[in-house]
Design a protein around this ligand. Structure first.
Ligand code: HEC
Ligand code: HEC
Ligand code: HEC
Length: 375
């Protein structure tokens, strides 16, 4: 009897203990997701706080203390934040926007920030989203023609001249697919790329404003419109010159063949002759024929369009950089001094030097063009 009583007590105690363990464990299981959520919330808060500091020290001067914009566009904007994924924001910050005042901040591009710091910045910017005011993404109207210019320098190599596709990349102007996806989908697909399938991440080369005009081109295709960019003949010629100097014969021939429809009969014959020189690997002769092919001022215009007008305006009439018409600095310098200035740039301003980017004749041609503006 005694032993039985003892047993019962023991069993009861063991049962109680088991129950206690179960209850504790159960509660623990129930609380685990909450715990994770709390830790995540704390991490997020810490990231946002770190991001806030980085932002105040590095970004506020151009984008405004509260992201309202200034020299740079507003980042605290409903449209921008809903249309832009974290990867795109991080990519734009990491690589900067070439040919604008937006510097590259990622260490791989020579900037100060690690990936973790970039993520902290994005976390801080993202936290604006719920209360972000409606500021339109770009003040500019959708501009399919400008989109076509970007498309025809950045996308057509893979996707074909009018988006018809090539062996490298799918058709983009397929009406069925265009109906199926909206602008935001295209915006994100183009921004993110599909790296595993050779579609590059274009945040490295396009700004958001450029994404928007490319997407407006795709929207025009959706409406059944055909939009062709118009390039001056000189653009193809300068591209071909650049390719020759890189000893890239296929590219040089590609640009010259594409220039033929823009040329008159005599010019077309001359271009054919230059193509033959390139095919024969007589690159120096091809180079000098190309340099003499168009008047220097016309060549200078093509070089100015792609290298200087993003800051100095289409006709040098000014933008982010000063108006170059009637510049007393310009007028007071000799051609040699100006060429040196363009190569070296001006320290601590957005006017970077073009050493290694522009060749001597290109600079000479740009100067000839700019001289024509001084009268
Ligand atoms: C010297 C001025 C300057 C500074 C400093 C600067 N930005 Fe910018 N940023 C710009 C300009 C100008 C643009 C617009 C570029 C263009 O024309 O596409 C821009 C564009 C952007 C964009 C794309 C937004 C859009 O609508 O195109 C993001 C994101 C951005 N900046 C984030 C940052 C962050 C984060 C920092 C701080 C680490 C920073 N910027 C510091 C000038 C600046
Ligand atoms: C180096 C070649 C290459 C370049 C340059 C390129 N793409 Fe692509 N793109 C691809 C490939 C390959 C795919 C298909 C990826 C896949 O199979 O998912 C693709 C897919 C796409 C898609 C998705 C199509 C769909 O219906 O699923 C879009 C949109 C797109 N590209 C737009 C662009 C735009 C706009 C540009 C220029 C700003 C561009 N691409 C530049 C190779 C390229
Ligand atoms: C990223 C923007 C940017 C680009 C691209 C750029 N510039 Fe500038 N440029 C500037 C700024 C900003 C200044 C004024 C610098 C200062 O504050 O002193 C300037 C100054 C100049 C000046 C001196 C003007 C004066 O009155 O002091 C000349 C000349 C000039 N640039 C020519 C060029 C040429 C030629 C190109 C193309 C090969 C070019 N720039 C490309 C931004 C740019």
């Amino acid at each position: 009897m005694r032993s039985r009583e003892n047993n019962t007590l023991f069993v009861a105690a063991a049962l109680g203990l088991t129950l206690a363990i179960l209850v504790t464990f159960q509660v623990y299981i129930l609380r685990e997701p909450m715990r994770i959520r709390l830790v995540q919330a704390a991490d997020k808060q810490a990231a946002e706080a770190a991001g806030q500091e980085l932002y105040a020290d590095n970004c506020a001067t151009c984008h405004g203390t509260n992201g309202e914009g200034g020299i740079g566009p507003a980042l605290n904007s409903r449209d921008l934040l809903t249309a832009t994924m974290d990867e795109t924001l991080a990519g734009l910050t990491r690589f900067g926007v070439p040919s604008t005042l937006m510097p590259a901040w990622g260490q791989a591009s020579g900037g100060p920030f690690t990936d973790e710091q970039l993520n902290q910045l994005v976390a801080f910017i993202r936290a604006w989203e719920p209360t972000a005011p409606e500021i339109s993404l770009v003040a500019e109207e959708p501009d399919p023609m400008r989109g076509a210019k970007i498309y025809e320098t950045t996308c057509f190599i893979c996707h074909g001249q009018e988006g018809q596709g090539t062996s490298n990349a799918p058709t983009l102007n397929d009406p069925e697919r265009l109906q199926k996806f909206d602008d935001i989908w295209y915006h994100n697909t183009i921004g993110r790329g599909r790296l595993s399938k050779v579609m590059p991440t274009l945040v490295t080369v396009l700004s958001l404003a450029q994404f928007n005009v490319v997407v407006s081109l795709i929207a025009a295709w959706r409406e059944g419109e055909s939009v062709a960019a118009e390039f001056p003949l000189a653009t193809f010629v300068t591209n071909a010159l650049f390719a020759i100097r890189e000893f890239d014969r296929p590219d040089a021939i590609f640009y010259l063949k594409n220039s033929i429809p823009l040329a008159d009969r005599d010019q077309a014959e001359e271009i054919q002759a230059i193509i033959i020189l390139i095919e024969d690997n007589r690159l120096f002769e091809a180079e000098s024929s190309l340099i003499a092919f168009l008047p220097p001022e016309e060549m200078g215009r093509a070089s100015f369009d792609s290298n200087c007008s993003p800051c100095h305006g289409d006709d040098g009439t000014g933008g982010m950089g000063p108006n170059l018409h009637g510049s007393s600095f310009f007028q007071s310098k000799s051609d040699t001094e100006l060429a040196e200035f363009i190569l070296a740039g001006r320290r601590n301003t957005a006017m970077d030097g073009f050493e290694g980017i522009l060749g001597n004749e290109e600079i000479d041609n740009i100067i000839i063009l700019m001289r024509s503006w001084q009268e």
